[in-house]
Write a protein that binds this ligand. Structure first.
Ligand SMILES: *[C@@H]1O[C@H](CO)[C@@H](O)[C@H](O)[C@H]1NC(C)=O
Ligand SMILES: *[C@@H]1O[C@H](CO)[C@@H](O)[C@H](O)[C@H]1NC(C)=O
Ligand SMILES: *[C@@H]1O[C@H](CO)[C@@H](O)[C@H](O)[C@H]1NC(C)=O
Ligand SMILES: *[C@@H]1O[C@H](CO)[C@@H](O)[C@H](O)[C@H]1NC(C)=O
Ligand SMILES: *[C@@H]1O[C@H](CO)[C@@H](O)[C@H](O)[C@H]1NC(C)=O
Ligand SMILES: *[C@@H]1O[C@H](CO)[C@@H](O)[C@H](O)[C@H]1NC(C)=O
Length: 412
């Protein structure tokens, strides 16, 4: 019925000018639209009218788009090749289709996108490659696509995106990488300039978005990162001045300042996520005043005085291999609010190297202290225990729940 209606409005091209497997219709203005949807088709049919602007082939056995297959369609604007069995698109396949604006190859079996495959597509606006089997995005694939506006790569199995994979895409507004297997978003993946307002990274396995990795997205307003393994957002918002919506489930709760404690980060306006400390500064650590030699049974104090802006998270690695933060609850040692690791009663097993690590959005610092444990000396007075204050303060909003997990992952 619909077809009848369509055909009564549109003119059917004479049979000899249309491949027998296809339906060629000319819309108002003489622009042909060609559909070749016969399920047994294995290749793009030849003999399609050379002024075709829209070509569709779906639900067929098409396995590859070869160089030359589309060379007879120099005016092609819209190419729908979804719901097929496509595994490869050869470099050069679109060399004669410089006006291509929409390329939809979703729901196929593409596992590789080769650098150069989209070369010369200066008009390409929409690229839809979702629901394929792509495992990695090498550098250079998306270079030189000045009109690209929407990139859909969700529901693939992308594990790595190379440094430079998405450089210089100032016209892209929507990036969607959801439901892939990303574990890390490396600083440099998205080189400048980036114009996107929406970036979807949800439903991956991301444990780290490296500081600076998203800083090219100066216009970003929406960032979707829920359903990952992220346990810190340290540095993620660096340079992102416009973000008004962050979707990060499980939720991130503030632990300071007191006025915001317990609030969910996504409910806060970005101008509340500021810090009022002076100049931004990567952490510096001073371990001066630490106990370096201690008799069995006495107390040891290992200092980790940190200067950083915004305040840094502090993690100690003990000689026994334990990781400790001020929130850790181990019976034999603890970290004070000022960063000092306290071992109230030293045992021989406590001897060895202790490392203090401090992390903020701008970097990481590490410093070690070696603790020597000597034989019990009943007459020695224990070291005094007054705390050296660094006044970890309420100036800074810590936007992570579990520093520990992040740091453990970070150090691997
Ligand atoms: C299509 O083919 C005809 C006949 O060969 C030719 O005259 C015309 O220029 C071609 N059109 C395009 C857009 O290539
Ligand atoms: C970025 O794209 C612009 C416009 O297409 C171009 O002039 C410039 O050379 C490109 N820069 C890089 C680093 O590719
Ligand atoms: C996610 O990453 C962890 C290790 O970081 C790994 O054990 C797990 O298999 C990954 N899950 C998926 C679905 O890739
Ligand atoms: C991210 O990479 C860029 C370019 O290599 C570099 O300039 C910048 O300092 C890096 N940012 C961080 C936070 O490491
Ligand atoms: C930081 O945010 C608080 C609360 O929104 C505001 O009162 C304060 O002026 C802001 N400070 C700076 C330096 O922007
Ligand atoms: C700790 O012991 C090692 C060897 O056991 C020694 O070389 C080092 O000088 C000692 N350090 C201190 C601070 O006593």
């Amino acid at each position: 019925m619909l077809l009848f209606w369509v055909m009564s409005l549109l003119t059917l091209i004479p049979a000899h000018a249309c491949p027998s497997e296809c339906l060629c219709v000319i819309a108002v203005g003489g622009v042909p639209t060609v559909h070749c949807d016969r399920p047994t088709l294995e290749h793009i049919p030849q003999g399609i009218p050379n002024n075709t602007m829209t070509f569709q082939m779906k639900g067929t056995r098409l396995v590859s788009v070869r160089q030359g297959d589309l060379s007879g369609l120099p005016l092609l604007r819209t190419l729908y090749l979804y719901d097929n069995q496509v595994q490869t698109i050869q470099v050069g396949a679109f060399d004669n289709n410089p006006d291509l604006e929409v390329l939809a190859v979703y729901n196929n079996k593409i596992s590789e996108v080769s650098p150069g495959v989209f070369r010369g597509l200066n008009s390409l606006r929409e690229l839809d490659m979702r629901a394929n089997k792509i495992t990695s995005i090498p550098a250079g694939v998306f270079n030189g696509l000045p009109s690209l506006w929407v990139v859909r790569l969700y529901e693939n199995t992308i594990n790595t995106m190379a440094v430079g994979a998405f450089s210089n895409l100032s016209s892209v507004e929507f990036f969607n990488f959801a439901a892939n297997r990303l574990t890390r978003v490396v600083n440099g993946t998205f080189g400048s300039p980036q114009g996107a307002t929406s970036l979807s990274l949800h439903e991956n396995n991301i444990s780290i978005i490296e500081p600076g990795a998203l800083s090219s997205f100066v216009s970003l307003t929406s960032l979707y990162i829920y359903s990952n393994r992220i346990s810190t957002l340290q540095g993620v918002f660096e340079g992102l001045r416009e973000v008004t919506e962050v979707s990060a489930i499980p939720e991130f709760h503030c632990i300071s300042p007191p006025a915001l404690e317990g609030r969910v980060v996504r409910d806060l306006a970005t101008n509340q996520l500021n810090c009022s400390c002076g100049a931004e500064e990567i952490p510096r650590i001073d371990t001066g005043g630490s106990t370096t030699e201690v008799p069995i049974g006495e107390r040891a104090l290992l200092r980790c005085k940190v200067n950083a802006c915004p305040d840094a998270a502090v993690l100690w690695t003990a000689a026994r291999g334990l990781f400790l933060t001020s929130q850790s609850e181990f019976p034999d040692m603890y970290v004070q609010a000022d960063g000092t690791l306290v071992i109230p009663v030293v045992t021989p097993g406590d001897a060895g190297r202790y490392t203090c690590m401090a992390v903020n959005a701008f970097g990481t610092a590490e410093a070690g202290v070696v603790l020597n444990v000597t034989a019990r000396q009943p007459l020695t007075t224990p070291p005094t225990g007054q705390a050296v204050g660094i006044h970890t303060t309420d100036r800074f909003i810590s936007i992570f729940t579990t520093v520990l997990m992040f740091l453990i992952a970070f150090m691997k």
